[in-house]
Design a protein around this ligand. Structure first.
Ligand SMILES: Nc1nc2c(ncn2[C@@H]2O[C@H](COP(=O)(O)OP(=O)(O)OP(=O)(O)O)[C@@H](O)[C@H]2O)c(=O)[nH]1
Ligand SMILES: [Mg+2]
Length: 685
């Protein structure tokens, strides 16, 4: 039974903790250290050796980075903990964002690295906005130097809540050999893959401790008047009070404590676990945050959907209230999500069948055919309101794909559906004009992993191409042209004859058809067929693209009582346009988009240069509202140049920059670029 005795008391019951943080900060390694320390695995694996629990999938091993969420359940001092190892790459950020609603606390793994501060800021903002309690774990302390004393100076700008330093490092020579815990007032030396050892707190360390502890207490006192008075009167607050404040202020999101360690050697891991055990909130508070009342009907939130290679579907979910197990039918919204056919404990890819899942536990439910990532499930008779709705960021990069072999077309369609169900940050577009299947995602690696999964997990080999740009063409001058279709082959002939007046229209007008027939020279009933013929011809103009922004008027013509037909007039209309267009000075039109780039201010100049280099027209830039130290650059830019824009934006901004785009207008394109596009189109045909 999960309890929370109120102010400062230890929360009990199963916890759900997300490991988040900038790319490559050591989350997967930390998970490994935690699992080894708590006995869930025999030996701590490494990312280099490709034997970690967190990065067990083929794609993750291959790229040496996390490419999806991994859940692992272990126990520590009698409590059950599920850790969610989230990918750090911005391209896979949806896997992190989707789990946040249901977690108790986030451990934000970061480094003493200036370049990674903007990314850290993005992650902390997300947690702050969602009111998720968070602890910073400064990792790779083995690589740090004396500069580590400035840890708060470096990291505070990334956090809108006050950071609170819980530990300070101690040195032996130039190397960090241990730490002092400022709440416990105890010194420790690190031991490799073993708990740190307590040593006397003396000498320089004792002095440094006094100052650092005072500043920790001062920050805590911002939210505790009694403590403030004690500090002013120079009274040593009792240790229990300090812990109570640390606990309460963390849970209420008033402060963000900072711990440190070295994941590769499992240093600092035990203190982290103890902080989680004693200070982090549990399911009682999380349910309250989500507005779920303790009730008899089970409510669970789907953190992740997985289709395993053996065809089984797994829904990783946290039970927010009640209890549920095998054979229970769960609802998602008003629909049936399916019937639970097995409840599993997860340690990465290894699964172990278990009994019903109780409140606070994070498990995998098998065979919930209709459940999707982010769904709110209930065992009740009525739908439970959605606990959260996490909209993925709009996709920024696209590729066109097709099955390598024709026979796999249907299989590809099914596989794409599953892929989108697992990862809502992928979207699939069927382009009716080009007949392309376009896969939209969050970046190069995201799309690469998606295509790898199509072959590894779903067994469809695919080919990828650049998606076509929606070019059009138009005319610069008008012409009057006759179109005549006449055939006298044996018995029944064919006869249609039209005179068309073709004129350019202003940009964005599209196409209009008018008939100005007098005296029935073209009988009424054939006129729609003439228009159809005109439309047929406009689908493919002389430059190879659909023709827009012109009007066609039917002004004259003739017919034959026996030989005329719809078909004959359709062909005549078509012929008239085909013959007219080359005389109308056809010109290429390309789509221009309105692009908005968000970037840290120090990158703004680089972004401006980048946009100009891609035929962009900068409209201006502003500070980004509510985002200290960020700018918003606006520009108009040809869609053809946007292609892989995100790749360059990220490289100019240490991965933190983003952009959105929307269609603005079509613009004439002439000269060499236009010639190349037209030539490429001819070659493709
Ligand atoms: N020196 C040192 N290296 C570390 C430490 N922790 C992790 N690393 C190394 O940092 C690299 C990234 O580690 P990961 O555990 O994959 O980091 P991650 O945060 O899971 O990476 P993503 O999930 O891809 O964002 C690997 O080469 C690790 O061996 C540490 O404490 N000290
Ligand atoms: Mg990782």
């Amino acid at each position: 039974m999960a309890t929370n005795g109120g102010n400062g008391a230890r929360a009990t019951g199963p916890r759900c903790v997300a490991l988040v943080g900038p790319f490559q900060s050591g989350k997967t390694t930390l998970l490994e250290a935690i699992l080894a320390r708590t006995g869930a695995i025999q030996r701590q694996g490494t990312v280099e050796a490709g034997n970690t629990v967190g990065d067990a999938s083929k794609e993750a091993r291959h790229h040496r980075m996390s490419v999806e969420l991994t859940a692992a359940t272990t126990s520590f001092m009698g409590d059950n903990y599920t850790f969610l190892d989230c990918p750090g790459s911005v391209e896979f950020v949806h896997d992190m964002r989707a789990v946040l609603p249901a977690i108790d606390v986030a451990v934000v793994v970061c480094e003493m690295d200036e370049k990674k501060v903007p990314q850290l800021q993005l992650i902390l903002r997300e947690l702050e906005d969602k009111k998720i309690p968070r602890i910073l774990f400064v990792n790779k302390i083995d690589k740090a130097d004396a500069g580590v004393h400035d840890v708060l100076k470096l990291l505070q700008p990334a956090s809108r809540t006050k950071l609170i330093l819980r530990q300070i490092p101690t040195f032996s020579g130039d190397i960090i050999s241990g730490f002092v815990d400022l709440a416990l007032e105890r010194a420790f030396v690190y031991k490799e893959h073993a708990p740190s050892e307590v040593v006397p707190l003396e000498g320089d360390a004792a002095d440094l401790e006094k100052t650092a502890r005072f500043s920790m207490l001062e920050t805590l006192a911002d939210h505790d008047d009694e403590l403030m008075e004690q500090l002013l009167e120079d009274i040593q607050p009792p240790r229990d009070k300090v812990f109570d404040d640390l606990t309460r202020e963390l849970r209420e999101g008033l402060v963000c404590p900072v711990l440190m360690g070295t994941a590769t050697r499992a240093n600092g891991v035990l203190r982290l676990l103890k902080a989680l055990r004693h200070e982090s909130p549990g399911i009682v508070e999380t349910a309250k945050r989500l507005g779920v009342k303790a009730g008899s009907d089970a409510v669970a939130y789907v953190l992740k959907t997985l289709n395993t290679a053996h065809g089984g579907k797994m829904s990783v979910a946290r039970v927010i209230s009640g209890q549920t197990g095998d054979g229970t039918t769960l609802l998602s919204g008003d629909d049936e999500a399916g019937r639970v056919a097995g409840v599993f404990k997860l340690v990465g890819q290894s699964t172990e069948k278990r009994g019903p899942a109780t409140v606070g536990e994070t498990v995998a439910f098998a065979k919930l055919d209709k459940a999707k990532t982010g769904d709110t499930l209930t065992a009740g008779k009525q739908a439970h309101p959605a606990l959260a709705k996490v909209e993925p960021y709009p996709p920024v990069l696209a590729i066109a794909i097709s099955a390598k072999e024709r026979k796999d077309d249907v299989k590809l369609g099914q596989a794409l559906n599953k892929l989108a169900e697992e990862d809502p940050s992928i979207t699939i577009e069927h382009n009716a004009e080009t007949h392309e299947v376009v896969l939209w995602g969050q970046g190069e690696m995201h799309l690469r992993v998606a295509t790898e999964r199509l072959s590894d997990r779903f067994g469809v080999a695919i080919e990828r191409r650049q998606p076509s740009v929606g070019y059009r063409e138009t005319i610069r001058k008008g012409v009057v042209q006759r179109g005549r279709h006449k055939k006298q082959s044996g018995g029944h002939g064919q006869y249609g004859d039209v005179m068309l007046d073709i004129k350019p229209l202003p940009r964005g007008s599209g196409f209009s058809f008018e008939e100005k027939i007098t005296g029935g020279v073209v009988p009424r009933n054939y006129i729609p067929a003439v228009e159809e013929g005109v439309v047929d011809a406009l689908a493919h103009g002389p430059l190879g693209f659909p023709v827009v922004d012109l009007s066609v008027a039917l002004i004259d013509g003739s017919y034959h009582t026996v030989d005329s037909s719809d078909m004959a007039f359709r062909l005549a209309g078509r012929l008239g346009v085909v013959e007219a267009l080359p005389q109308c000075q056809p010109v290429l039109l390309e789509p221009i988009d309105l692009v908005e780039i968000a970037c840290p201010t120090e990158a703004t100049a680089k972004i401006n240069a980048l946009m100009s280099g891609r035929r962009g027209q900068i409209l201006g830039f502003d500070t980004r509202e509510g985002w200290d130290g960020w700018d918003l650059v606006r520009a108009k830019m040809p869609e053809a140049e946007i292609g892989d824009l995100i790749v360059e934006i990220r490289s100019a901004t240490a991965g933190a920059g983003t952009f959105t785009f929307k269609f603005d207008h079509m613009a004439e394109l002439t000269g060499r670029t236009a010639d190349q596009i037209i030539a490429a189109r001819r070659a493709a045909e």
